[in-house]
Design a protein. Structure first.
Length: 202
C-alpha cells in the first residue's frame, strides 16, 4: 500500500520530502499511524530591536550606573536654560511694546493674560520640542546631558509634555523635588520618576 504524505510517496517505511521539511512531530505521527495532520510551519520574522542611544537596562551594571547625569551638571544646565528662556521672553516683550507703540514704562498697559499664555507656550515649546527631537535643550547640550526613556530610547512627545508639567511641580516643591536626585540611586528628580525618563551623560 502506498500512501502519500506531504506530496511524497510512503511505502513500508517512513520517508518524506526534504524540500517540504516537515516537523519532527509530524514525522512521528506518520510512523505511529497517527491521524494525518497537514499544516504549514509558521515562520516568525524577527523584528530587530529599535536602535537606542542607551539601549541597555539602566540598572544592569556599574558601567551603566556611572552614565547617569551628575546632579550639579543638571542644575547648571537648568540655570542656563532658565537664563536663555528668560532672555527670549524679554526680547518678545520688548518687541511687543515696540510694535504696539507703547513706552517701556507703560508695560502694565499690555494685556497680561494673553501675553503670559504666549510666553508659557513659547517656553514649553522650547523644552518639549528639543527634548523630543534630540533629548537635549541647549543647556543640556553644553553639559553633555541627554533625556531618554527608561529603555534608553528617544523620549516620546507625550512623555516630554508630562515631564515638563511634573518639572514645574517639582520646581515648586524645592528643595525636595529637584534635590531628590542627590540621594536617588539613578540620579532622578521627582519629575524624572513621574514621567518615566532618565538623564544620562552623552
Amino acid at each position: 500500500m502506498v500512501e502519500e504524505h506531504w506530496g511524497c510517496p510512503l511505502e513500508g517505511s517512513v520517508s518524506f520530502c526534504l524540500a517540504d521539511s516537515p516537523s519532527v512531530d509530524a514525522v512521528w505521527r506518520v510512523a505511529h499511524n497517527q491521524p494525518r495532520l497537514l499544516y504549514r510551519e509558521s515562520v516568525r520574522s524577527v523584528t530587530p530591536a529599535p536602535s537606542c542611544e542607551f539601549n541597555r537596562p539602566m540598572d544592569s551594571d556599574d558601567r551603566v550606573t556611572r552614565r547617569y547625569g551628575k546632579p550639579w551638571a543638571r542644575i547648571a544646565a537648568g540655570i542656563c536654560d532658565v537664563a536663555l528662556v528668560a532672555s527670549l521672553d524679554i526680547v518678545v516683550v520688548l518687541l511687543t511694546l515696540r510694535l504696539a507703540g507703547v513706552d517701556r514704562s507703560a508695560i502694565d498697559l499690555l494685556p497680561a493674560a494673553p501675553l503670559l499664555a504666549f510666553l508659557l507656550l513659547l517656553n514649553a515649546g522650547y523644552v518639549v520640542v528639543l527634548t523630543v527631537v534630540g533629548g537635549q535643550t541647549f543647556g543640556k547640550m553644553a553639559f553633555g546631558l541627554r533625556v531618554v526613556n527608561c529603555r534608553g530610547c528617544r523620549v516620546s512627545t507625550g512623555a516630554a509634555v508630562t515631564r515638563g508639567v511634573y518639572a514645574l511641580i517639582s520646581l515648586g516643591l524645592l528643595p525636595f523635588g529637584v534635590l531628590w536626585m542627590f540621594v536617588d540611586g539613578e540620579r532622578c528628580a521627582w519629575h524624572d520618576r513621574l514621567s518615566g525618563t532618565r538623564v544620562v551623560m552623552c
